[in-house]
Design a protein around this ligand. Structure first.
Ligand code: ZN
Length: 168
């Protein structure tokens, strides 16, 4: 039995409204400076670094453990459950958000409100949109659970964007 796509419970943003959101956040999001994400093969690959710190860390590890091999990896945006920062210098790193990561960022906006004058917040919203678009992609296949989760996610995203448009 095929499950029908979920019925929207909120009016989705129009294409024009989506474009307005993108142009509202683009200037400040573009000013938020990030560096490519790197990690070290042979070391804990869950740790992220900027290129400079990764190279310095490799040199340090190599001198501590001359018998082991460490290699620089990364340099492109991979998916993460949150926005990443360099393990050493804490500089923001660019990556893509998993839906879980995007949900966490959305939740923060819902709780604290969205500040259009914050470079960080504009950047975080642009990451959500770059990673997941405006959806709601009800036509894409998925289990009933997945469709429901997707529907919930885009409902929240559209509600947030609608509140930004209303305030600006
Ligand atoms: Zn660094």
């Amino acid at each position: 039995m095929n499950s029908a796509p979920p019925i929207p419970t909120i009016p989705w943003l129009t294409e024009d409204e989506c474009t307005r959101i993108e142009s509202l956040i683009a200037p400040l999001a573009g000013q938020y400076e990030t560096k490519p994400e790197h990690w070290i093969h042979g070391h804990d690959e869950g740790l992220s670094y900027c290129r400079e710190c990764a190279l310095a860390e490799i040199a340090r590890l190599q001198s501590d453990h001359p018998d082991r091999e460490y290699d620089l990896d990364g340099g492109w945006g991979i998916e993460g459950d949150g926005l990443e920062y360099c393990e050493i210098c804490e500089h923001p790193l660019n990556n893509h958000l998993t839906r879980y990561g995007a949900e966490c960022e959305l939740e923060a906006f819902e709780e604290e409100g969205f500040d259009l004058t914050s470079q960080y917040q504009c950047y975080a919203l642009s990451r959500i949109l770059d990673s997941h678009g405006f959806g709601p992609y009800a036509y894409l296949p998925g289990s009933p659970f997945e469709l429901q989760q997707r529907h919930k996610f885009y409902s929240r995203l559209h509600a947030l964007c609608r509140s930004i448009l209303a305030a600006n």
